[in-house]
Design a protein around this ligand. Sequence first.
Ligand code: GLN
Ligand code: ZN
Length: 767
Amino acid sequence: MVEIASGILGYPRIGRRRELKWALERYWSGQSSEQDLQLAARQIRQEAWQAQARSGASWVAVGDFSLYDHVLDLALQLGAIPERFGGASASRDLATYFLMARGKAPASKRELPPLEMTKWFDTNYHYLVPELGPDVRFAYQRGSLVEQVLEAKAAGFSPRPVVVGPVSFLLLAKDAARRTGPLERLAELLPAYSALLADLAVAGAQSVQLDEPCLSTDLPEGAAEVFRKAYRALATSALPLELASYFGPLHENLELALELPVHSLHLDALAAPEEARAAARRLGSAQALSLGLIDGRNVWRADLETRLGLAEELLAQLGSERLMVASSCSLLHVPVDVQSERTLDAEIAPWLSFANQKLSELSVLAKGLRSGRAAVAEALAASRAVVAARRASRRGHEPAVRERLAQLPPSAFSRSADAAERRPRQRIALGLPPLPTTTIGSFPQTRELRELRARTKAGEVSGADYETELRRIIDETLAEQEQLGLDVLVHGEPERNDMVEYFAEQLEGMLATSEGWVQSYGSRCVKPPLLFGDVSRPAPMTVRWATYAQSRSHRPVKGMLTGPVTILKWSFVRDDEPLEHSCRTLALALRDEVCDLERAGIAIIQVDEPAFREALPLRKRDQARYLDWSVQSFRLSTAAARPETQIHTHMCYSEFAELVEAIRALDADVISLEAARSAMDVAVAFARSGYDTELGLGIWDIHSPRVPPAAEMFELLERALSVLDVDRVWVNPDCGLKTRSWDEVRPALANLVQAARAARGRIRESG
Ligand code: GLN
Ligand code: ZN
């Protein structure tokens, strides 16, 4: 039997039942002690290690666990602590840790701006951005990583510590003072990394996994040299370095990766099997290749035969000493266990593989390599059966949907009149004042409302009572808006638990899970639905709420849909068809909904695309294609609307300046954007680009509980009006209001309306 190492790059950290979330929230609210929190954390780690050991993995990942974020853990251990949190003399304890993460520490009144948070590459995980101002002095101090290595050893596991590598760490950081690029801090950073590696060796680690996911991105000038320097220096460490890249092919960076003096190189062999083959030919004779063969980011059972085939081919070339099999990336991005699901569609359930199932799949590959295919014949047959079932399933290949897609004429992607022609017709149809005021869609999701939905789901509230209650809530929400003096109303989305899940539950080809949680950031988790087949819409999804709301007010009430790109991006997507295909099937379903809303008398329809920017591929080379199909899908979903029907869209969470062209190509009549925090830079960018449709720029940052005074909103509005035509500007908050309370929403919207009225007054005076 040949010995081939296998294991994963990281395991989910929230616990099977989101134990981490509950433990953190109890601790933050003062209901439990630090000891309780650490105990819960230890329990989660032990379970993660047991799962890995049970599966026969050669190591257990350590350092993948974090109380909030693994980049923050590392920053703390390396001493990257900005002055406002205590700088070099800060005690590196939980108080400092949570202060940096959240801007407040339990049992302390102190509040500070926390570290900025941003998306971890193109996943839905968010990390805290290390701030490397001139005040930051790197100095290693033993912390969570070595402690957990000791903990794992004490419990009898063989730990493989996992750390973000120095170059990715610097590229993920920002230089708060903007004086030097973060990469220039390498020389200062390296001694701290060396000290960390030395300490890991002392603690008994056998090797260290250095994650450099930025190898899958377009590297900035000079980064290659920084890589060489960094790894030359770290190669003197007592520990073998396992360099891990993931989230896509390396392309031109493969050369660089192959040059680095590391013990092994991990590649995402799913994204680029040919790169794995190239690496196998080119690696040094003492170097090993780690093959990422089990998808760490998606939830489908693997086609084990194909993957085993690739591994066998490379095994013949490299020998068992020089080959490892692994997950493509950390399993942080998938839920823990399919077994936790309470009710799953019987056809789809066998197709799924969450973290624990992925461990089993990996062990099949390892065993197949070690002992030959006959030893895993049964598992291979099962995998083959799943692949065949998926291929044969009618739900993956809905003939009616395919036919409809194939028959789409070019005109299906364009409105019947162009924007300039639509505007006057809509203006007459709607009769709105200048600078019309509106909101983005949702109103506060109160505890009462969440309980009502939960109790209905549990069968404790009848469908009829639920309906009556929701109508009452819609009535109240409309009355509030009328009283506030808003011009275009919304029904408030009380029927929606989540803007994607709500649609997933009603669409064919999609499914919501009951326990499929993954971490978004800190204690916040999301439950992405499964997009498993050709999507279609068996029945209208929003029409009865929209028409009810419209029947209760004389002012226009917007219909509210989630756009195709956002539904796609916030779901686990099928891996047997291109994203583009799935997006189009979603667009068709939404197109039918748009038509039904219009037929029911809804004059304004908003199709939200908050994920439009974040779905942009990591690599420049892939972006134009994405923009092409995403824009086409959005157009497909909206273009059937009559010229008089006003199509709105909404985007948030991002920088839009670079996307102005694509946003214009969506051909929406009105677009609302997050703008309050960037102090209206967006307005300037759009004005400069000659953008000529109507624009709603957020003048209230709804992400904070603060109620901005009318004067402040007025000033933001004036800034927008200084660069944009008056008759193109809408007045609205940055985003939906579902996370806010009525006590914040009422005064803030009153101020918003007041600001709009003041601006109208100014226009009349000067006009
Ligand atoms: N219409 C949605 C809401 O108001 C939009 C949410 C979003 O942009 N994330 O909640
Ligand atoms: Zn938004």
